[in-house]
Ligand binder design. Sequence first.
Ligand SMILES: [Mn+2]
Length: 186
Amino acid sequence: MKTFYEKFRDLYLIHIDAHLDILPSYAGNKYTHASPIYRIINDLSFKPSKIIQLGLRGYVNSVESYNYARGIGERIYSIDEIRVKGLNNVLNEVLNIVGDSPVYITFDADALDPSIAPGTGVIEPGGLTYPEARMIMKRLGECNVVAADFVEVSPLLDHNDITAKTITYLILDLISRFSKKKVTSG
Ligand SMILES: [Mn+2]
């Protein structure tokens, strides 16, 4: 993020995850899976209004964390809001927000339902299905994506490589759209 934000000052971050990842520290460590969004905002001075989060759910995210994230201007679409509004409508809103701006996508495997992604450390019931995640990848692939990462896959916790295969398919779903978008400078 540091490298891409230095290069693209109008960068958007689209964060797909069950968790807000916005704790200042976790177990006494500033650099864990619980803090990347906090670090990006506070260490890189990245504007919270340029962060869009999709898929949030579960009891790990505290009310205080939601209030903090919303209070500083993050755009949050919980899994419940996605289901009520409809994924396509939410994606239309997201694409409308980012326009032609450069986009960094970060995808946490636990955004997916544990039934298709058991191989991750903090599973949360009620996640995205593969067709939903595939639609997210295909629509976001229409944006000016300059970087993407897929995180939190743990082969030791996986079963029959189901998580690895699902994530691999999502990477393919994303990059398969790149040939359709216009080439941009940088
Ligand atoms: Mn997570």
